[in-house]
Design a protein around this ligand. Structure first.
Ligand SMILES: [Zn+2]
Length: 293
């Protein structure tokens, strides 16, 4: 699932491509992804100008000149792309020199916004769990995915004291706590595993039992790992592609995620990476570096 760095990469791409353009048409062949129905979205976004792009956790907010907002969530396999497309037999296919748009991972297009520059913003989603919602300002502020969001770990205002208070306030295993969007927004499976490994803390450790020095290490690791994810344009272990259909490269930087049975990369450690299950999620650890006290 795209996490904070992937969604941030997409938002940066949107700002460099679609800002200031008007929407000239909307198409969707998977009604379940839309709220309200595609025909209602179309009638309300037609001729609206894209004023600004905002990210909140893993949510993409496209603010329109009509004072309404498109709230998009990529869910498991979604990504947005911008380019020249043509409609063939009712389907959007790339008609673009950019070879990346022709990548087989980019062919599952289920929604498309035609734009005033003649290009199209498409929503590609192999598993079709993605969401497109059109909301008034009031609906947006009370939306369950927005109103419940915890603070962003990469915000400048998010201090180690905030982090410490969040961990100490609960008595929960660390991994599910890090993934809980109402506690911290934007962290998912990959970045949680990488952060815990880099701070040498076991994912089953209980949040209010950590020592100050461990909390400080984890705080630094979470922020560094998320920032590195952004710097490398996101992670394309799975379907994620950026706005131009290209892969990110953070998956080449993994130290633990999906490195099962490979040697630990920490200096002097002869451990082997193992996959365990924590809170129903596949989790990768070095059992020598991350001991379960
Ligand atoms: Zn190790």
């Amino acid at each position: 699932m795209p996490e904070l760095p992937e969604v941030e990469t997409t938002c940066r791409g949107l700002r460099s491509t679609v800002m200031g353009l008007s929407i000239t048409d909307f198409w969707c062949d998977w009604e379940k992804m839309c709220s309200p129905k595609p025909s209602a979205i179309k009638s309300r976004v037609l001729h609206a100008k894209i004023d600004s792009i905002e990210r909140k956790g893993k949510n993409i907010l496209i603010h329109l000149s009509t004072k309404e907002t498109l709230l998009l969530h990529l869910k498991m396999t979604g990504h947005l792309m911008y380019g020249t497309y043509k409609k063939i037999n009712g389907m959007f296919v790339p008609d673009d020199q950019n070879k990346a748009l022709h990548d087989p991972y980019n062919r599952f297009i289920h929604a498309a916004f035609s734009l005033s520059d003649g290009k199209t913003l498409v929503f590609c989603d192999a598993r079709k769990f993605g969401k497109i919602e059109l909301l008034t300002q009031k609906q947006l502020s009370s939306h369950s995915r927005i109103s419940s969001l915890g603070p962003e770990p990469i915000d400048n205002s998010f201090t180690v004291e905030h982090f410490k208070n969040k961990l100490r306030a609960q008595k929960r295993s660390l991994k599910p706590l890090l993934l809980d969007q109402s506690v911290f927004s934007g962290i998912g499976n990959i970045y949680a595993d990488e952060s815990l490994f880099r701070s040498k803390i076991h994912p089953l450790r209980i949040s209010n039992m950590l020592q100050d020095s461990e909390i400080e290490k984890l705080y630094t690791s979470v922020r560094e790992v998320l920032q590195t994810g952004i710097d490398f344009g996101g992670d394309s272990t799975s379907d994620y592609r950026n706005i131009f259909g290209e892969r990110g490269s953070f998956h080449g930087k993994h130290k633990v995620y999906r490195r099962t049975n490979k040697p630990c990369l920490n200096d002097g450690c002869e451990g082997t990476i193992q996959r365990i299950v924590v809170g129903g999620r596949g989790t990768h650890i070095c059992p020598r570096c991350q001991t379960h006290i």
